[in-house]
Design a protein around this ligand. Sequence first.
Ligand SMILES: Nc1ncnc2c1ncn2[C@@H]1O[C@H](COP(=O)(O)OP(=O)(O)O)[C@@H](O)[C@H]1O
Ligand SMILES: Cc1cn([C@H]2C[C@H](O)[C@@H](COP(=O)(O)OP(=O)(O)O)O2)c(=O)[nH]c1=O
Length: 203
Amino acid sequence: MSGRFITFEGIDGAGKSTHVESVAQHLRQRGAELIQTREPGGTPLAESLRGLFLHQDMDGLTEALLVFAARRDHVQRVIAPALAQGRTVLCDRFTDASFAYQGGGRGMDLQVLATLAQWVQQGREPDLTFWFDVEPAVAAARRAQARDADRLEQLDLDFFERVRAGYQRRAESAPGRIVRIDAGDTIEGVAAQIRAELERRGW
Ligand SMILES: Nc1ncnc2c1ncn2[C@@H]1O[C@H](COP(=O)(O)OP(=O)(O)O)[C@@H](O)[C@H]1O
Ligand SMILES: Cc1cn([C@H]2C[C@H](O)[C@@H](COP(=O)(O)OP(=O)(O)O)O2)c(=O)[nH]c1=O
């Protein structure tokens, strides 16, 4: 039986990384064999592409081609084999981020992104995506306390408003898969929303 593919999405500073570990523990306690991974990244090649992606200046199409190249390697070498072995895959960001950042943020043609996704994923989609939705100003304040900004995190609030709208469009296009989490809640409140969804699915 194929494993479960669960992804975590949202604008930088929404609180995704804070909750991936607790979801992993929840699932392991219920017997899941799982791997935790991230994008861009997850393989030596994809991690080196991540470094270029986060620190070299480039336009939206270049970003998309780079992040989908990293995704191809990640899907081929890590995600697909793990799922085929019946393992659960927890991934911090996946293709929804391309639609939100390169589609919404950079204004790239969504059909181009859909074609890249088809080539790279060959129909493989997450079973469940937690979308951590939060006001861009709130996320920016959280980032400011937490870390130095990378190339994209330095962009202005208008960019992140477009990214958020890109996620909203994705959520409307995949209501059974993408679950909106009110990430403006407290950390405990967000954790409770996530647990409720996992229990609703009997996971
Ligand atoms: N619900 C929350 N309320 C307040 N601060 C939060 C919340 N969730 C995360 N944070 C803090 O915000 C910062 C960014 O969280 P992080 O999980 O790294 O976000 P992301 O992975 O979405 O970029 C961290 O300092 C984290 O402790
Ligand atoms: C996966 C993916 C990420 N990104 C961006 C979103 C983030 O700004 C950045 C990844 O950084 P991020 O996931 O936030 O890592 P960290 O928590 O260490 O900052 O890459 C895209 O623009 N498109 C994509 O397809």
